[in-house]
Design a binder for this molecule. Structure first.
Ligand code: FES
Length: 165
C-alpha cells in the first residue's frame, strides 16, 4: 500500500527538480545556443524529458515548443519516456552484427516483450542498440548499465538478465 505522504513527497521532489532546472537555465543565460546542454542537464535531473518539462524549458527560454521538441526527438540520447532501472545496449557494430548480435537482439526483444527504445512495464529494463562498445574482439557484446557482457548468445540471456533486479 502506498504511504499516505507519497504524493506529497513526489510533489516536493518535483518542485525541487524544477527549481534546479530553473537555476540551470539561468546559469546558461537562457541562451538558445545552450539548449542542448540545458536539455542534457534536464534529463539528468528528471531521468527523462516529459512534455511538461520541455514546455517548462520553452516558457523559461521563450522558445517555441517545436524547437525544443525537435531537438529532443532528433538526438537518440534524449528520452521522453521514463527509463528502466537497467539499460541494455545491444551492439550492432560490424563485428557484433556478423557474429550474431542481431540474433541476440531478437531474443531479447522476445524475452522482454519490448522493442528497441522501449522499457518493460515493470521498469526493470530499457532496450537500446549501439554501433560499437569497444569489445569487438569478444563479439557479440551487450552492455547492461556499465558492465559489458562478451560473447553473448541467446542461450546465455536468461542467466545474464537474472543478475539484474
Ligand atoms: S562492433 Fe560490437 S563491440 Fe565493436
Amino acid at each position: 500500500m502506498a504511504h499516505p505522504c507519497d504524493c506529497l513527497t513526489d510533489s516536493r521532489q518535483e518542485e525541487t527538480a524544477y527549481q534546479t532546472l530553473h537555476q540551470v537555465i539561468v546559469d546558461y543565460d537562457r541562451d538558445p545556443k545552450n539548449l542542448i546542454q540545458i536539455l542534457h542537464m534536464a534529463q539528468a535531473i528528471f531521468g527523462y524529458l516529459p512534455e511538461a518539462t520541455q514546455r517548462y524549458i520553452c516558457t523559461e527560454m521563450d522558445l517555441p515548443f517545436s524547437q525544443v521538441s525537435g531537438v529532443v526527438s532528433f538526438y537518440s540520447y534524449f528520452s521522453t519516456q521514463p527509463k528502466g532501472r537497467h539499460t541494455i545496449q545491444v551492439c550492432l557494430g560490424t563485428a557484433c552484427y556478423v557474429r550474431g548480435g542481431k540474433k541476440v537482439l531478437e531474443a531479447l526483444k522476445e524475452s522482454l516483450g519490448i522493442d528497441v527504445g522501449e522499457t518493460t512495464e515493470d521498469r526493470r529494463f530499457s532496450l537500446e542498440v549501439k554501433r560499437c562498445i569497444g569489445a569487438c574482439g569478444l563479439a557479440p557484446a551487450v552492455a547492461i548499465d556499465d558492465f559489458v557482457h562478451k560473447r553473448v548468445n541467446p542461450n546465455k540471456l536468461q542467466e545474464i538478465l537474472s543478475q539484474y533486479e
